[in-house]
Design a protein around this ligand. Structure first.
Ligand SMILES: C[S@@+](CC[C@H](N)C(=O)[O-])C[C@H]1O[C@@H](n2cnc3c(N)ncnc32)[C@H](O)[C@@H]1O
Length: 195
């Protein structure tokens, strides 16, 4: 799919409410697991949320961060900003930013304690390349937090990720409909010794 078509499709799907289901209880397990990992490993730290959608992970963090940046296409970012504004928590809003940008193009000089791919890594053209690129945005001792819906293709992807990253921790969660997600904490191999 061409880039522009992809962007249009995501924007249209968010505008029509297709992805509203991500905010239901059925999806809570992976959102909650990711935020628990962040709270345990990087309490009060900074976080970059790649493919942040409507900002559900940001909401799940309940303001327990020094800096949150979520990136996604324009329509989900619009919804995320509206959700955040509606929460009317001014101090939290000041530490929070949603940026409309294609994840393939995003660059920053900021460094984050955690980079999160919450059901978004497999939308990167080359997911391993994407992980490598976003690893560069990690602060020293930073971690990647990745959640992927369990499917054959994500199992193959996890295998390849495991060859390049240290798996600090991993957990599988399943909802009452038998839908499963695997969530992993990954560290770059270079600084694993001091973790
Ligand atoms: C399955 S949704 C998950 C959204 C969010 N992480 C959550 O769990 O609620 C995948 C997200 O990735 C975003 N996405 C896909 N391709 C992208 C790209 N090239 N650049 C930025 N965001 C992208 C979509 O717009 C969508 O918000």
């Amino acid at each position: 799919m061409f880039r522009l078509d992809r962007e249009r499709r995501w924007n249209a799907e968010y505008a029509s409410g297709t992805w509203r289901r991500l905010g239901t209880l059925d999806e809570l397990a992976h959102q909650a697991m990711l935020s628990s990992y962040f709270a345990r490993l990087k309490p009060g730290g900074s976080v970059l949320d790649v493919g942040c959608g409507e900002g559900l992970f940001q909401q799940e963090l309940r303001g327990c961060y020094s800096r949150y940046m979520g990136i996604d296409f324009a329509e989900p970012v619009r919804l995320a900003r509206a959700r955040c504004d509606a929460a009317s928590d001014a101090p939290c809003a000041a530490r929070t930013e949603f940026v409309a940008v294609d994840m393939h193009d995003f660059v920053t000089h900021e460094r984050f304690d955690a980079v999160v791919f919450n059901e978004s890594l497999y939308y990167y053209d080359d997911p391993l390349r994407g992980l490598a690129r976003y690893t560069e945005f990690l602060a020293p001792q930073g971690v990647l937090l990745v959640s992927m819906h369990t499917k054959e293709r994500t199992e193959r992807l996890w295998d390849r990720i495991g060859e390049r990253y240290v798996v600090v921790d991993a957990v599988t969660v399943e909802n009452c409909h038998g839908v499963q997600w695997m969530i992993k904490v990954l560290a770059p191999q270079t600084d694993s010794a001091s973790r």
